[in-house]
Design a binder for this molecule. Sequence first.
Ligand SMILES: [Ca+2]
Ligand SMILES: [Ca+2]
Ligand SMILES: [Ca+2]
Ligand SMILES: [Ca+2]
Length: 156
Amino acid sequence: MKRTIFFASWTRCFVVLVGLLLPLAGALLFALVAAAQVATPTPTATPTPTPAPDFDGDGIADVQDNCSDHINVAQDDTDADACGNVCDADYDDSGVVGFPDFLEFLLAWQTNDEEKCHVEPIPGCVVGFADWSVFVANWAGVPGPSGTTPGTTACP
Ligand SMILES: [Ca+2]
Ligand SMILES: [Ca+2]
Ligand SMILES: [Ca+2]
Ligand SMILES: [Ca+2]
């Protein structure tokens, strides 16, 4: 009888002890897992640099392109007015392409007057039909745009 009471007491003590220790062990395990997650650095994505806008896709950013809506990789600018030959048919610098420019173009026909050349490669060119078609496309317009987003500001 005494023996049975002894075992019953120990069993009860064991159950109580396990009942107390299990939540503590769970809390300890939870704390360890949380600490491990805090200690592990989360990999962050490396930001990809955004390329500068290049409207005509010639590899020269709009803000540096002397003809920002015409492909002109060489950036040739014979009269050095910051407006590339490809988009500059204003030979007298009047601000517009008109009859005086037309006369200059005619006088330069089939010569190597590089300012009248609009199709790259410009050094060594001979003014011809390809340059004429660019001239016609620029007729009555303003040169440029240069170093801008297309359509905002003409060449100086
Ligand atoms: Ca460009
Ligand atoms: Ca360009
Ligand atoms: Ca020019
Ligand atoms: Ca002009």
